[in-house]
Design a protein around this ligand. Structure first.
Ligand SMILES: C[S@@+](CC[C@H](N)C(=O)[O-])C[C@H]1O[C@@H](n2cnc3c(N)ncnc32)[C@H](O)[C@@H]1O
Length: 250
């Protein structure tokens, strides 16, 4: 264990922030200028900066990509899972400002919530109940710590519910009506989650929203015809789709 008290394996797994050397920064800056030009690079720097400011503001650790191999996921749906990669702070705010989803009494769920960045942003947006389900025990633990720190600093009275488990078997509550996905898993698990959403909307009819960042399994959502597409747009080059439920679900 190093002076920071962080084990090398935890750092290697991306569960703790790494330190970029000046050489890394110089290499990335040169490559960005080459690929994006000056204005594009400045804009990209703002996007990265927003993520850094978010972590500093709430004294949380939500950045970094985490490979799931070697984490304690229970194994069952690991083959269908996508690694941890947090939603960009700037993109989330742009999409939510565009959608203007009413928050009163609405519960928000992030399927595959990772370190909990979106949960905190959903609280800031105004949702009263915010839930997240994550199957990697290590990420669930980080999310719990992050939410605890956030609640210690924020004035929000949000009720959080963080579940360690598989999204495919997550029990959807009748008070939950905003379903968030950042391409967390592939077809098989997405189909199972959508079946659960459909059953919940059939048993407890309500207006519901589905927000899908990087919508790789959109055919599953759109093929069930319980949701109507209300947003199909790119934000800083990344695709987002959002849907509103159509009414009665059979
Ligand atoms: C692309 S990350 C998104 C993280 C977070 N939602 C965000 O937007 O910042 C996908 C997450 O889904 C989790 N995941 C993948 N398959 C899962 C499953 N079957 N059940 C629960 N979580 C899962 C991964 O461990 C990872 O943390």
């Amino acid at each position: 264990m190093g002076r920071s008290g962080v084990t090398p394996s935890a750092r290697a797994a991306g569960l703790t922030p790494g330190v970029s050397t000046l050489r890394d920064v110089a290499r990335r800056t040169t490559s960005s200028l080459h690929n994006r030009g000056l204005l594009g690079s400045l804009d990209h720097a703002l996007t990265l900066g927003a993520d850094v400011v978010f972590d500093m503001t709430w004294r949380v650790h939500t950045r970094g990509v985490v490979d799931l191999q070697g984490l304690d996921t229970g194994g069952a749906n690991l083959d269908h899972a996508v690694e941890y990669h947090p939603t960009r702070v700037r993109e989330f705010w742009a999409v939510m400002s565009h959608l203007r989803i009413p928050t009163g009494g609405q519960g928000f769920v992030d399927f595959g919530c990772g370190k909990g960045r979106v949960l905190i942003m959903a609280s800031e947006y105004g949702f009263e109940h915010v839930s997240g389900v994550e199957f990697a025990a290590e990420l669930h633990d980080v999310a719990q710590n992050n939410v605890r720190r956030y609640l210690g600093l924020s004035k929000m009275r949000t009720r959080f519910n963080l579940v360690h488990g598989d999204a495919a078997t997550y029990r959807i509550e009748p008070c939950q009506s905003v379903f968030y996905f950042y391409f967390p898993f592939k077809d098989t698990v997405m189909q199972a989650v959508m079946d659960n959403i459909r059953a919940s909307l059939r048993d407890y009819p309500r207006q519901a929203y589905l927000v899908y960042n990087y919508p790789k399994c959109r055919e599953i959502v759109e093929g069930m015809s319980i949701f109507e597409l209300v947003l199909n747009a790119k934000f800083w080059g990344n695709s987002w789709r959002a849907y509103v439920s159509r009414g009665s679900v059979s």
